[in-house]
Ligand binder design. Structure first.
Ligand SMILES: [Cu+2]
Length: 252
């Protein structure tokens, strides 16, 4: 065991074996925004004027959906700056790698109701702007969007583009990318990261109550699609996976 570990270390494979991760950077158009990097020293990143996403110090998953960290990871300290973006534009989240392949991926937003630097993400009224789950085949061996994502490694990066709803009211928002990994029976893993956005445009729309959720709150270990054993006879060959939580808000 010990020699196997040193072999992995020597080969630089330990990261691959650990297999976790999160959002490293973001792009809007041709502009690249550097994100917090948990593998670099905190002192070199804390309070930096370029910092546009909330601090996350570990690539490890969150296992408890009631944990405050479920909203914007640990510690989730606010960013200093925001990414400017127009409603209707795309923002792409970039991951250096991703190795899991079962479970839904969801992008959420929440109105900071003022400067995001002062906003407690666990009080947010979150709404989904995008989600994908099982695309085809069965739950265990089928194609999840997450499996596609894992394979999009053009330059050693996995990219996740979403569009900000074009009629969204301008303002300061958090954008939250969440991967829920379900490959271990009855041990769901959450990987959330949040960035600060300054949304411009002429929109006037906001999502209604039926689209809003709390984090923590929306996920519990009582949900059959969350506390799931994908290898059980009940799920193994199922070709539908209903993504729990509110519906996606399309901006109308
Ligand atoms: Cu992992």
């Amino acid at each position: 065991m010990h020699s196997l570990l040193s072999l992995f270390l020597a080969a630089g494979l330990l990261h691959t074996v650990a297999g976790h991760g999160g959002v490293s950077n973001y792009t809007v158009g041709d502009t690249w925004y550097r994100g917090y990097n948990p593998s670099e020293p905190e002192a070199e990143q804390d309070g930096q004027p370029w910092l546009i996403n909330r601090k996350w110090t570990s690539i490890d998953p969150i296992f408890q959906p009631s944990n405050h960290s479920i909203s914007c990871n640990t510690p989730g300290t606010p960013a200093v700056s925001s990414i400017p973006i127009q409603a209707g534009e795309n923002i792409t989240a970039i991951y250096y790698w991703w190795l899991h392949n079962v479970g839904p991926m969801i992008t959420w937003m929440a109105d900071c109701e003022g400067p995001c630097e002062k906003f407690d993400s666990s009080t947010g009224k979150w709404f989904k702007i995008w989600q994908e789950g099982l695309l085809s085949g069965g739950v265990v061996e089928g194609w999840w969007w997450q499996r596609n994502f894992q394979n999009w490694e053009g330059d050693g990066e996995c990219v996740w583009p979403v569009t900000i709803p074009k009629d969204l009211k301008p303002g300061n928002y958090l954008i939250r990318h969440e991967i829920i990994a379900l490959h271990i029976a009855n041990k769901p893993q959450w990987y959330p990261e949040c960035a600060h956005l300054k949304v411009s445009g002429n929109g006037t729309k906001v999502p209604g109550e039926e689209y809003l959720a709390s984090l923590p709150g929306v996920w519990t270990l009582d949900q059959p699609e969350i506390n799931i054993d994908i290898y059980s006879p009940e799920w193994y060959n199922r070709t539908d996976y209903p993504i729990p939580g509110p519906p996606v808000w399309k901006g109308d």
